[in-house]
Design a protein around this ligand. Structure first.
Ligand code: PMP
Ligand code: GLU
Length: 397
């Protein structure tokens, strides 16, 4: 008899988390690796947020929190959704979780049954497909093209939907591609979704504020869709709070109730201190977020300029998030010292070994021709990393 459950035997480790850990282990051995693998802002959490957390400790916010989150935080989220997204929610339509990842997991576990189809445009963020598999759902991967900025058209969505489709997972701005759906593109997808009332939408808006083209578009804002859109967001990326582990979802009350039920059995409410800090983040001066956005935009220009100079690489210019997702397949079949690059895993390994830069293979995101490079790091490290990448690639013959 197998010791591990069948469910866990099917679950792959998260490639982004694994690559980050591997890099940290190598760095701990004294190896000078530039870490462009994990997606997290390199900024410190803003001071007013840290102050709110210290105050929360002093004021004894040390007891179990309500499973769905403190009422004050749920209200701050309601205000945020109104102010920034023009979405009307009530506090009892919000669940606070341990990060947006947890909110996505809760939603998938609450909605997806064995055999239900979930449409996921590829390249997709690592955890979507694995969470759907954990829920025994079937991933319907819609492959998008670099030439189309890795965006799914309304026609592609229409074609992917069947009577078994339970949900669509849409991430804009996207991890790993950085593509951002415009109002018109989103509206065209919304038209398709209106024709298929059985399809829910998990709208992952975690990169909302890291947008270089303009106003963020939420799927829930489109007429007739609000009741079946689950909007997921959090404080990790916008406020440089990845380690605080606060994310949230806004959805119809029956979905919220199911997620509270699940969370009540799995984790109870999220950290009291982090929740108090998140209220300060959401209610704080938006200029703090804008300053970080501007830094990301500057770095994007820097990295896009540098990578474009490497011959053989193809790149779609990202409009948001903090990743580039270059196509490196022109190097497949080439070798260095007997090591033949056959795929994106080989390429990431080669760049780690020969260039001492950590990236994530595109295979983790369903697109083996590419690798993901996070530019959420200093200008100096970006310049040095791309110089190393260019030198390493020049070794391949
Ligand atoms: N969605 C996407 C697309 C992400 O890149 C991340 C970052 N890991 C998450 C969700 C989860 O964010 P959090 O840190 O809030 O769990
Ligand atoms: N969102 C980040 C990434 O994609 C964090 C790691 C993770 O949670 O997967 O690298």
């Amino acid at each position: 008899m197998e010791l591990l459950s069948e469910r866990l035997r099917r679950l792959k480790p998260s490639a982004t988390v694994a690559m980050n850990q591997k890099t940290k282990d190598l760095q701990a051995q004294g190896i000078d690796i530039i870490n462009l693998s994990v997606g997290e802002p390199d900024f410190n959490t803003p001071d007013h947020v840290k102050e709110a957390a210290k105050k929360a400790i002093d004021e004894n916010y040390s007891f179990y929190t309500p499973v769905a989150g403190y009422p004050e935080l749920r209200q701050a989220i309601v205000r945020k959704l109104k102010r920034e997204n023009n979405l009307e929610y009530k506090p009892d339509e919000i669940v606070v979780s341990n990060g947006a990842k947890h909110a996505i997991a809760n939603t998938i576990m609450s909605l997806v049954d064995k055999g239900d189809e979930v449409v996921i445009p590829s390249p997709y963020w690592v955890s979507y497909a694995d969470l759907v598999t954990l829920a025994e759902g079937t991933n319907v991967i819609v492959k998008t093209r670099l030439e189309d900025n890795f965006k799914m058209s309304a026609g592609m969505l229409e074609e992917a939907i069947t009577p078994r489709t339970k949900a669509l997972i849409l991430c804009s701005p996207s991890n790993p591609t950085g593509s951002v759906y415009s109002y018109e593109e989103m509206s065209a997808l919304a038209d398709v979704l209106r024709r298929h009332p059985q399809v829910f939408v998990i709208a992952d808006e975690i990169y909302e504020h890291i947008n270089f083209v303009g106003r963020h578009v939420s799927m829930a804002q489109f007429e007739g869709l609000r009741e079946r859109v689950i909007t997921v967001n959090g404080v990790s990326k916008a406020y440089a709070m990845t380690g605080w582990r606060i994310g949230y979802m806004a959805a119809a009350p029956w979905i919220v109730k199911a997620c509270i039920n699940l969370q009540g059995q799995f984790t109870t409410g999220a950290s009291s201190i982090a929740q108090r800090a998140s209220i300060a983040a959401l209610d704080g001066d938006p200029q703090v977020v804008e300053n970080m956005r501007q830094a990301f935009e500057r770095r994007k220009k820097l990295i896009v300029g540098l990578v474009s100079e490497i011959s053989g690489i193809r790149l779609a210019i990202p409009d948001g998030a903090f990743y580039i997702f270059p196509d490196v397949s022109a190097f497949y079949g080439k070798q260095y010292n007997g090591f033949v690059i056959k795929n994106s895993d080989d390429m990431s390994l080669f760049l780690l070994d020969q260039g001492h830069i950590a990236t994530v293979p595109g295979s983790a995101f369903g697109e083996d021709t590419c690798i993901r490079i996070s530019y959420a790091t200093s200008d100096e490290k970006i310049s040095e990393a791309i110089r190393r990448m260019k030198d390493a690639l020049a070794l391949l013959k």
